[in-house]
Structure formats: structure tokens, C-alpha cells
Design a protein. Structure first.
Lengths: 135, 135
DNA sequence: CTGGCTGCAAATCTTTTGCATCCTG
DNA sequence: CAGGATGCAAAAGATTTGCAGCCAG
């Protein structure tokens, strides 16, 4: 992962903690997940700083914000193009590495990127519950 | 669009107004868009009722909730499978009707559905601004 | 009539912001 | 030592909920 100093930003203990937490993290955590986990051993950590750091990383392209979860934003430190699969029961999100090379829709848009969201139910949840139904 | 009476729900003037507003609507409006538009000529309309109606429709499969806009949920009365394209400047959303028949990612998930989000800049916005940059 | 629906307002949840103080470079 | 970063708390948005009264079926 890029270091902050390389992109003209200051490195602080708080930012280091966020960077370390996210490095190689495949959980697609929410801001709250990140805050909770870090503040366990870093009591002087505020929500504002988490968001501040996430925004800085996002603006410098070393973090991607996911909209696949309708409830809140999820963050992905993996910046190479890929897609996602989410379990609608346990809300777990997995990476999907398949390259679908999609044809651009014909329109007057200049297409910048795309993202595929798969929705499903993981084996663990299927064993526990009736597939689908409530929510 | 399905009528509420067909699915065991009551039809009220408020619900009728929402139904009428959404019928054939291709704007992918937010809850606030819907509320604002309807309350113009239907002063006795509350936010709670808009959400109540949207939730009822969603639960009965006659409305789809979109997560493509990171800021808020958008609603789409078109329930046949399709994808979307959003201008990152003006936030306009267009339907994408191409059938990409995506291969399911190999995983222990039971895949229920998928949705492709395209991001880009529409011609109108490209004329006005430097493409990308801030935001 | 009666239970589902409405409107209002308060509550929740996520994310953002203002500002005094701190500390990296 | 200057300006960016932090922490706190309050604010802003979006969405949900509690509840008394209303009205569609």
C-alpha cells in the first residue's frame, strides 16, 4: 500500500493504524468496523480521524469505496479492478476476480469504470435459514 | 404496475400518488425526490408514508432499490433485470438494457442476482467541466 | 367496524463539520 | 514553527419508529 509521505500527506500514528488495519484486509469493513477495531488498542482514536483518513486515501486512489451494502459504505484497500459478491443474510462480501470485459453501453457517456455486484446466500447462511423469505 | 389490492394491501390516495409518480418513471428518484414532487399537489403527504409505501412495494417485488448512488438510495419501478449507468457529475442515472449473461463466480454462494454499475460523465457535464479532477 | 395506514415528531444511524489544540516535517 | 491532523461534540442527512387518530375494505 502506498505510504502517505509519498503522496504529500503527513503520517501520524492514527493514520498508520488505519493503514495497518486495512493492509491486505479482505473483510470490506465499514467505517465503524475500522473505528471499533482500532480503538480497542488505540484509545485515542476518533471517528473523525477514521473518516478523514479514509477520505484522504480515497482521494489518492489507494482505497475504494463500495456501495454494494445498502446500509453503509464499505471500504476496500484492494484497488485493482475487480467485482464483489455479497451474502444478503450475513452481509459478508467476497472479491470476484473474474474479468468480464463488458462492452460499453452505447450512450453519450464517457465511461470511466464499472462494478458488478452479485447477491446471494452463502453456504453457512443457507444451512441456518430458509433461503430468502424475510430479510 | 401491480395494484396494491392485488397483493393484499390497501390502496390509499397517498399510495396512489406514489404509484402514479413512479409508473414508467425513468429518473431513478430518491425518497426525497418522490416526497417533494408529490407534496407539491398533495400537501398532506408525509415522509413516513413515502417510505412506508416504498417498503411495501419493495417487499412485494414491484420496486427495486438501487445502491449505485453513494449518497442515498434510488428507486426504480422497472423490475425487469437490467443495469445502470450514472454520471458522476450530475448524478443522473440511465438504464442499461444489454444482457451480459455473466458467468457465476465460483464460490459456495447461491447466486440470486447481479447488477452492473457503470460510472461515467455525460456529454452535458463534459462540456461544462474539466472531465474528472475534483469531486 | 377494525386493522392497516397516515402524519407528526422524535429517534437512529451514518457521515460531515467547526474549532481549539497538537505535532509532523 | 507553520500548516496539516486530531479529537470532541455538534450538525447534517437519510431513514426508521412510536403512537394517536383515521379510513379503506
Amino acid at each position: 500500500m502506498k505510504k502517505f509521505s509519498n503522496i504529500g500527506l503527513r503520517m501520524t500514528p492514527q493514520r498508520m493504524a488505519v493503514l495497518t488495519y486495512l493492509e491486505g484486509n479482505k473483510m470490506h469493513p465499514s467505517a465503524e468496523d475500522i473505528y471499533k477495531s482500532i480503538s480497542k488498542e488505540f484509545s485515542t482514536m476518533s471517528f473523525a480521524t477514521v473518516y478523514n483518513t479514509l477520505t484522504a486515501m480515497k482521494n489518492h486512489g489507494c482505497l475504494v469505496e463500495l456501495t454494494i451494502d445498502p446500509d453503509k459504505k464499505r471500504f476496500d484497500p484492494k484497488i485493482s479492478p475487480h467485482h464483489h459478491l455479497m451474502c444478503i443474510h450475513c452481509r459478508r462480501i467476497l472479491d470476484v476476480e473474474i474479468d468480464y470485459h463488458l462492452a460499453s453501453p452505447e450512450s453519450d457517456f464517457e465511461i470511466i469504470g464499472n462494478h458488478i455486484e452479485f447477491y446471494g446466500i452463502c453456504t453457512k447462511c443457507r444451512r441456518k435459514k430458509v433461503p430468502k423469505a424475510e430479510e
